[in-house]
Design a binder for this molecule. Structure first.
Ligand SMILES: CC(=O)N[C@H]1[C@@H](OP(=O)(O)OP(=O)(O)OC[C@H]2O[C@@H](n3ccc(=O)[nH]c3=O)[C@H](O)[C@@H]2O)O[C@H](CO)[C@@H](O)[C@@H]1O
Length: 371
């Protein structure tokens, strides 16, 4: 029987980034089993191509203290690891409290743990909180660490974590390529240039969204610029944008989109304004200039490749940088060259092969110890 591998999925980006891994594990004759923690309660496995795998649903919605949430997830996963058909390995992705909960549960049960997107660091525990702390904690507990980039592996080395580290690329690019294959070809757009905005990180919640919203209202005075804000699926995160921008005649608020539609929207945008991690990975590959609504990033590779720029959440700075890109064709063209600093779209098969090899070598070691 194929060894079972549990994949813990709490949020939309984890589903997007683990779907290619689940598929690649199956191709390696390993049996992926999806554990939906309930962090994003509306998550539909079918929307991410995960429905063909066995799925266990836990009831751990987010809200409140993320450390309490991580503990709740760990407690809810524990019985799955004690079951008679104990999995061979548990995989977590990224830095959510679901991922931390999965890592804690695996550790408590003495189960091998693999971390997809290991070594990502902003080097500031407060930005983003609690994600940066979750990243460090998960990496300390993991047996296999799949770093997306050489910089991420170097972050691990600097912390003294070297064993089990592999540079694989980010599975976000695998997922992006999958979507692009299914999208109709891009038609030349003769419409107005579009500024596409997403904003959901904790540091831009509530009142912290105000300068960003006011910057969009300033930019809406440019008559030939279309502004679209994609709201987050968490209504309390979306509330500040609704309050400030709802009803503005020149700013469209859009409901959260399926990944396929989102990639289509990014691909046809002129400029992106976002604090999303995943969009920082996708924008360079699509060659769409990205202004990052943060003062720091754990993804400096997109800045080094010339595709993104940090603009923080200051009203004047945001307006200045968007206007600069709209008015200076050379500056725009320099940021619009597609680049692939986050991977070549083959991260998931690499990860699955490494999991298979690791499990085989563990089995040999166990057999040698018994003999
Ligand atoms: C800054 C940061 O700490 N980000 C973390 C956050 O993700 P992150 O900040 O990427 O979370 P988002 O919710 O922005 O998800 C981004 C992904 O969702 C897609 N999208 C976005 C809007 C929409 O309506 N529909 C849609 O499909 C984007 O194209 C992208 O693929 O959790 C991830 C999962 O652990 C981590 O890997 C990231 O490090």
């Amino acid at each position: 029987m194929s060894p079972t591998i549990l994949l813990v999925v709490g949020t939309r980006p984890e589903a997007i980034k683990l779907a290619p891994v689940a598929r690649a594990l199956l191709a390696q004759d390993l049996a992926p089993h999806i554990v939906l923690t309930g962090q994003h309660s509306q998550l539909d496995p079918a929307a991410f191509g995960l429905a063909s795998h066995p799925v266990t649903r836990l009831r751990c919605p987010s809200g409140g203290d993320p450390r309490v949430h991580a503990e709740a997830v760990a407690n809810a996963i524990a019985p799955l690891l004690r079951a008679s058909e104990r999995p061979a390995m548990l995989i977590v992705q990224g830095d959510t409290s679901s991922a931390l909960g999965g890592a804690l549960a695996a550790t408590a049960a003495g189960l091998p743990l693999a971390h997809v997107e290991a070594g990502l660091r902003s080097h500031d525990l407060a930005l983003p909180w609690p994600e940066e702390g979750n990243r460090v904690a998960i990496d300390r507990l993991s047996h296999l660490l799949f770093a997306a980039t050489a910089d991420n592996a170097a972050n691990l080395a600097a912390e003294g974590v070297t064993g089990g580290v592999h540079v694989t690329g980010n599975t976000a690019i695998d997922a992006l390529f999958d979507v692009l294959l299914a999208l109709p070809p891009r038609l030349d757009s003769h419409g107005l240039p579009r500024l596409l905005v997403t904003c959901h990180r904790r540091e831009n919640w509530g009142a912290a969204f105000t300068p960003i919203g006011l910057a969009l209202i300033d930019l809406a005075q440019i008559p030939w610029l279309r502004i679209e804000v994609v709201l987050h699926s968490n209504p309390s995160v979306a509330a500040a944008a609704r309050l400030l921008l709802g009803g503005h005649p020149r700013i469209r608020l859009l409901s959260p989109m399926a990944h396929r539609s989102m990639v289509g929207a990014i691909r046809s945008a002129h400029i992106l304004l976002s604090d999303s991690g995943g969009i920082q990975e996708e924008a360079p590959a699509l060659g769409i200039p990205l202004l990052v609504l943060r003062s720091t990033t754990e993804r400096p590779e997109g800045i080094a490749s010339g595709n993104s720029q940090l603009v923080g959440n200051d009203r004047t700075q945001i307006v200045h940088h968007v206007r600069h890109l709209l008015e200076d064709g050379d500056a725009y063209a320099a940021m619009a060259v597609p680049a692939f600093p986050f991977g070549d779209g083959k991260a998931a098969p690499r990860i699955a092969a490494l999991c298979g090899e690791w499990l085989a070598s563990e089995k040999l070691t166990r057999q040698a110890l018994i003999a």
